[in-house]
Structures are given as C-alpha cells and as structure tokens.
Design a protein around this ligand. Structure first.
Ligand SMILES: Nc1nc2c(c(=O)[nH]1)N[C@H]1C(S)=C(S)[C@@H](COP(=O)(O)O)O[C@H]1N2
Ligand SMILES: [Mo]
Length: 265
C-alpha cells in the first residue's frame, strides 16, 4: 500500500524520522551495502523512507543499473551476514496493539483461512514431506520475541510474535539446511524467499501468535514467517507452502519493483 495515501505529510515525516533514528544500524547497513556510492545512497534512502521512489525506479536505464548493483549486492550482503547477531528486542509495554496492517491489497481483502482447512505443503530438499496441519505446528516448541517490524515504505511497529523457530521446524521435518534458499508461498498469492543463513537465524520463526493470541486474519492467520533481521516484506503472511531449494526462487512482489532481495542486516 502506498503510505502517502493514508497519512498526512507531518505524520509520515514523524514516523519516518522515528524509523530512521531507531533503526539507524539496519538502514545504514542496507543503504551502505545496497548502493555503494554517494549519489545512489540517496536513492536508497528515498526508497527506504517511501518518498520519491519515482525518480529512481521509473527511469529504465537507472532501474536496470540498480538491479545489477542490487543482485551483486545480494551476494555481498549474504557474505556479510552474521548468523549470531540478534536484532534489537523491546519490552512488552512497547508492543503495538493492534499491529499495523500492510499488504498489496486493502485490509478487508485479507484471506480468511479456516483452521480445519489449513495445510502446509512441503517440497524440495525435505525428508518428510507429509503436509502439516495447524496442530502439528502448535505442537512444536514455541518461542516468543518482541522485535521491530520495519516496512520499506517508511513505518514500523514493535510486535510480539510467538511461533516455532524455523531452525527447529527444519530439524523436525528433516530439511537439508545446506541448501541455499527457502521459498514461501502464501494463500493470497504473495510469495518470497530467504537465504538459508537467515532462515536458520535464532529470531526467524513460523509465527502462530501475536501478543499471546492467535494471529488475527489480516496479520497472517494461521501462520506467518517472522524475520527480525529483515525488512517487513521478507516476512510472508498466510504461508501455505515451504520449499527448500538450491535454485534461486523467482523474485517476490516487492523485489520485482526493484527492492533488494537480501534486504536485511
Ligand atoms: N501474504 C503476504 N505477506 C506479506 C505481504 C502481503 O501482501 N501478503 N506484505 C508484506 C509487507 S510489505 C509487509 S510490511 C508485512 C506487513 O505485515 P503486517 O500486516 O503485520 O504489518 O507483510 C509482508 N508479508
Ligand atoms: Mo512492507
């Protein structure tokens, strides 16, 4: 969703400043590694803050150039990723209630999935591909995190998510964690992928709860991925299929518009 549509400029500016101050490390990291050059880093900042992306993305030559930098940069970022560095955590009092919604459609169009109908399909380099039910996920070990969800459009919120660490999930289903990528498909046709190092990061989880209650429909019910070390678009909601693969999955919704695939610290 375009944040300019639903926010007055002063509020947007305040929100943006807050995001910039609180997430200086993440944004600097993304910016520095994404666009190694002064002129381009301004463009990166514009993208991160959701203002005037037009100048950058709609000029085809510039766009093509950024894409090339960006795909080279994905490899650099993956090499720089520190699998033990944790994203900042917050206190219970800071948790946003309710969370802030975003998707490529308005909130009333979010998929409504009945728990009894839900199955999670597994494919690729996974030993036990038996489709899982919601109860199977609920029975796996759960962890809770309070971390900040940062949307590339220039806003953020502190959230409290509970779910199965993806690393634990992979152990349970016998996933080949030496494979390179993990691909996710969502009930609303959204899809995306992660590098394996990020998938195995201690704060990456298959979240079933927000603020100690079942996820609400628009926020990813019954299961969403939660990746604390990456921008919000890398945390797919309503996940219905997981594939472990060595082939780089095709770019997701936001990546097709030019955002960096790695998009994290
Ligand atoms: N299935 C699905 N997952 C999605 C999206 C989406 O449109 N569909 N949008 C992404 C983006 S851009 C953001 S910022 C977050 C929004 O999550 P929220 O509604 O909890 O804020 O979900 C991400 N995951
Ligand atoms: Mo986002």
């Amino acid at each position: 969703m375009d944040p300019r549509r639903d926010a007055d400029p002063a509020r947007l500016a305040r929100a943006r400043d807050e995001v910039l101050v609180e997430n200086r490390a993440l944004i600097r990291g993304v910016e520095r590694r994404a666009f190694l050059g002064r002129g381009l880093s301004l463009g990166a900042l514009a993208m991160l803050t959701g203002c005037s992306v037009g100048d950058v993305t709609y000029v085809p030559a510039v766009h093509r150039f950024l894409r090339r930098v960006s795909s080279w940069n994905d490899r650099v970022q993956a090499a720089l990723f520190d699998p033990t560095r944790l994203a900042p955590t917050y206190t219970d009092a800071e948790v946003a209630r309710p969370p802030r919604f975003n998707a490529f459609y308005p909130i009333d169009r979010a998929p409504r999935i009945k728990p009894a109908d839900y199955t999670l399909e597994l494919s690729g380099r996974i030993e036990n591909k038996r489709p899982l039910r919601l109860d199977d996920l609920r029975r796996m070990p759960q962890e809770t995190q309070i971390t900040r969800h940062i949307c590339i459009e220039g806003w953020s919120y502190v959230g409290k998510w509970t779910g199965v660490p993806l690393r634990t999930f992979f152990e349970r289903v016998g996933a080949d964690t030496t494979a390179k990528y993990v691909r996710f498909v969502c009930a609303d046709t959204y899809f995306g992928s992660l590098d394996m190092a990020t998938a195995l990061h201690p704060q990456t989880q298959l979240a079933l709860k927000y603020d100690d209650a079942e996820l609400e429909a628009p926020f990813g019910f019954p299961m969403r991925v939660r990746v604390a070390t990456k921008l919000g678009f890398k945390s797919p909601k309503h996940v219905v299929a997981i594939e472990v693969t060595n082939r780089l999955p095709k770019p997701g919704f936001w990546e097709r518009t030019g955002y960096n695939w790695f998009s994290g610290i």
